[in-house]
Ligand binder design. Sequence first.
Ligand code: SF4
Length: 209
Amino acid sequence: MNNHIISVSSLLTHGYCEYKYYLQYVIKVKVPITVKMKIGTYVHLKKEEAFLEQAVPTSWTEFLDSKEYVITKEVPLKTKFENTLLIGRVDEICTDKDGIYIIEDKPGARPFDSFKNQIFAYCYIFKRNFSEKTAKSIYAVLRDRDTNKEVWKEQFNLKNEFILIDILNRIKKILNKEIEPVPTDNPNKCRACIMNEQNICPYSLAKNP
Ligand code: SF4
């Protein structure tokens, strides 16, 4: 079996449409950078700059042991499982006396499964890196980027972990070309899909004339 690097953000594409994942990560169709993507990068950068102006350096041990509410932002995470490297950069990690909160900010956030699985993947990496250093429970949190309100929160448990591992194993099979990727059956997704806009996808349910 081949070695792979899977980015946590690519789980969003897989959750949107498996065939889109195949086009983007196996066929390597170039996806243009949209205005929405540029705005997202800009907003993240501004938030990180504002955080760094106030941030106080600390160690992971101090951070994880904190009984007070403390946060850190833009945390790079990675873990190796079997022959695969899972990598990502989570928007924010908070802790207080009760738990660790792995937070992702999205514009107009709604708790779609793909968003949940992305955040569970960060939780999974965090658990593999830090479970020996803290006994606190880990929570996945989706927050609206513009209002700062939590729109979904769930404890990361073994059931979520098994679902995530199934998805990662399926992604590995797609990368190895062992299985056929399944296109979405939702025409609304096709209508909003760059692969449809560029007339690249033979399975589009919203073909351009
Ligand atoms: S056009 Fe539809 S089927 Fe094709 S990649 Fe996009 S979402 Fe998937």
